[in-house]
Structure formats: structure tokens, C-alpha cells
Design a protein around this ligand. Structure first.
Ligand code: THU
Length: 132
């Protein structure tokens, strides 16, 4: 989470103002980080989690134990009483491709960390096994 919070500071999000940082731990202990990268052509935006996965896979790491996701607090999240953003559906699916049993830690920029798992966030997932 410390590394995710450091990555959050590098977010390029002038349009939404939402900053997200992710730190993905490979089974050998290597940690790959990512931040969200927005674009003036909004649909090209990359989420922090998928940036971290892409960095990892392109560096040869394909097995992961844990992802930590840090975000700044959005007004909507604050209203709902949640301090942290949860990963979007596209990121859940991308993570499932490589780590169906991934541990997921989410937190705001400081304070408590909430722990969950990918199977809880993406039940009845479609994945590589369905194509075998
Ligand atoms: N975002 C992420 O980085 N990860 C998620 O799982 C949810 C959304 C970013 C994308 C965009 O820059 C901003 O949050 C608002 O959608």
C-alpha cells in the first residue's frame, strides 16, 4: 500500500481529478506499480491497475499474490461512507486473467486498509479455462 500511495502521486488525471495508484506483487516478491493515465480523448484512459498488470506482464511476471490500490477520496465515495475506490469491472477481469485468487487491498490516501479478494469482487468469472 505504501508503494500504491507513492504511485498515486504520479497519476495523470487532469479531467476527473481522481488519482489512483496500484502496486501488484508477483509471486517472486517483485512489485510493479501503476497510476491512472487519462487522455484528452477520454476513452483512451488507462486505469492504474491495468497499467500495473501491463508493466508486470511486459517485464515477464505473470503470477501475482496481491494488489494494493490507493485512491484519493472522491465526493461520491465520501458520501457513501467509503474512503477508497474499488477496482472497475475491466480491471477485475484483467486481474482475473493472471491471478484468479488475488488478494485485493484498497485504501484512501491515508488511514485504514480494507482487504478483500478477487473471487469476491468478480464471482462466476469468465476466464482462460472457459476457452480450453
Ligand atoms: N480508475 C482507475 O485508475 N482504476 C479503477 O479501477 C477505476 C477508475 C481511474 C480511471 C480514471 O482516470 C479515473 O479513475 C476516473 O474514472
Amino acid at each position: 500500500m505504501r508503494l500504491a500511495r507513492a504511485a498515486l502521486r504520479r497519476a495523470h488525471s487532469p479531467y476527473s481529478g481522481v488519482r489512483v495508484g496500484a502496486a501488484l506483487r508477483a509471486t517472486d516478491g517483485t512489485v510493479f506499480t501503476g497510476c491512472n493515465v487519462e487522455n484528452a480523448s477520454y476513452g483512451l484512459t488507462l486505469c492504474a491497475e491495468r497499467v500495473a498488470v501491463s508493466k508486470a506482464v511486459s517485464e515477464g511476471a505473470t503470477e501475482f499474490t496481491t494488489i494494493a490500490i490507493a485512491s484519493n477520496k472522491t465526493p461520491a465515495a465520501a458520501k457513501q461512507g467509503t474512503k477508497a475506490l474499488m477496482p472497475c469491472g475491466a480491471c477485475r477481469q484483467t486481474l482475473h486473467e493472471f491471478a484468479p485468487n488475488l488478494r485485493v487491498l484498497v485504501a484512501g490516501p491515508r488511514g485504514s486498509v480494507r482487504a478483500t479478494t478477487l473471487p469476491k469482487l468478480l464471482p462466476h468469472a469468465f476466464g482462460p479455462r472457459d476457452l480450453r
